[in-house]
Design a protein around this ligand. Structure first.
Ligand code: ADP
Ligand code: ADP
Ligand code: ZN
Length: 215
C-alpha cells in the first residue's frame, strides 16, 4: 500500500496515519515531522525551514523535495508508505511522480480528508504533540490518560509554535491556494478517495479502510 493523505492542516492526517501504520505495517513519511526534527536538532535544514514554518508558509519546493528523496531511499519504504503532508504543491506532486518512476513504484491511493475550516481551527488550537514520538492529542477531543504526558512513551506534550490562531489562518489559506489543486491533479489519475473527516477518530479510520478496500 502506497498512499497519500491529503487534507487541510488539523484534519487528522497524523492521527489517522498512526492507526494506518499499525494496520498496514508500513511507515509514515511526514514532512512536518521531518522538519520539526531538523529544527530540534538545529541542522542547517531546520534553520531554513523554521523561518517558513513560523509564518505558516510553505518551505520552498526544492528543500522539501530533496528531503523526501533522501527519506524514500531508505529500505523501509519498499513495503509501502503513508505520505502525510507531502506533496503540498503541484511541483512537489510532479517530483514525486518522477521519484517513484525511478524506483519503479506508483501511488495506489490518495485519501482526501475533508474537514470544514471552523472545525480545523478548533482542532489545531487544542492540539498537543509529544516531544519525543510526535503522537498527537487534543485537550478536549483526544485527551491523554495523564495530562501533559504521552500515553505511548511518557514524553512531554507541547503546543507547536505554529498552532496559534493567526498562523492557523495563514496555513489554511496556503492549503486552499496551493494544496487543494492536488485533488484535481490526482483526480485525473483516478486515485482520489474522499472521506468526510468529521466524527470520532475510530469512525474516520473505518471509513478510510473502507475507501481503501481494506475493511
Ligand atoms: P499540519 O499537519 O498541521 O498540516 P505539518 O506538520 O504537515 O502541519 O507542517 C508544518 C509546517 O511544515 C507547514 O506549515 C510548512 O511550513 C512545513 N511543511 C511541511 N510539509 C511541507 C511540504 N510538503 N511543503 C512545504 N512545506 C511543508
Ligand atoms: P493533521 O496531521 O492533519 O494536521 P492531526 O492528526 O494532528 O491533524 O489532528 C489535529 C488535532 O485534532 C489533534 O489535536 C488531534 O488530536 C485532533 N483530532 C484528530 N482527529 C480528530 C477527530 N476525528 N475529532 C476530533 N479531534 C480530532
Ligand atoms: Zn510519545
Amino acid at each position: 500500500m502506497r498512499m497519500i493523505l491529503l487534507g487541510p492542516p488539523g484534519s487528522g492526517k497524523g492521527t489517522q496515519a498512526q492507526k494506518l501504520i499499525e494496520h498496514f505495517k508500513i511507515p509514515q513519511v511526514s514532512t512536518g515531522d521531518l522538519f520539526r526534527a531538523a529544527v530540534k536538532n538545529q541542522t542547517a535544514l531546520g534553520k531554513k525551514a523554521k523561518e517558513y514554518m513560523d509564518k505558516g508558509a510553505l518551505v520552498p519546493d526544492e528543500v522539501v523535495i530533496g528531503m523526501v528523496e533522501e527519506r524514500m531511499k531508505q529500505p523501509d519504504t519498499k513495503k509501502g508508505f503513508i505520505l502525510d503532508g507531502f506533496p503540498r504543491t503541484i511541483p512537489q506532486a510532479q517530483s514525486l511522480d518522477k521519484m517513484l518512476d525511478q524506483l519503479k513504484m506508483k501511488v495506489d491511493a490518495v485519501v482526501e480528508v475533508e474537514v470544514p475550516d471552523a472545525e480545523v481551527v478548533r482542532r489545531i488550537s487544542g492540539r498537543r504533540t509529544c516531544q519525543n514520538c510526535s503522537a498527537m492529542y487534543h485537550v478536549e477531543f483526544n485527551k491523554p490518560k495523564v495530562a501533559g504526558k504521552c500515553d505511548k512513551c511518557g514524553g512531554e506534550l507541547y503546543q507547536r509554535d505554529d498552532d496559534q490562531e493567526d498562523v492557523i489562518k495563514s496555513r489554511l489559506k496556503v492549503y486552499h491556494d496551493q494544496t487543494a489543486p492536488l485533488v484535481e491533479y490526482y483526480g485525473k489519475k483516478g486515485l482520489v478517495k474522499n472521506v468526510a473527516g468529521q466524527g470520532s477518530i475510530d469512525e474516520i479510520f473505518h471509513k478510510i479502510k473502507q475507501a481503501l478496500g481494506a475493511a
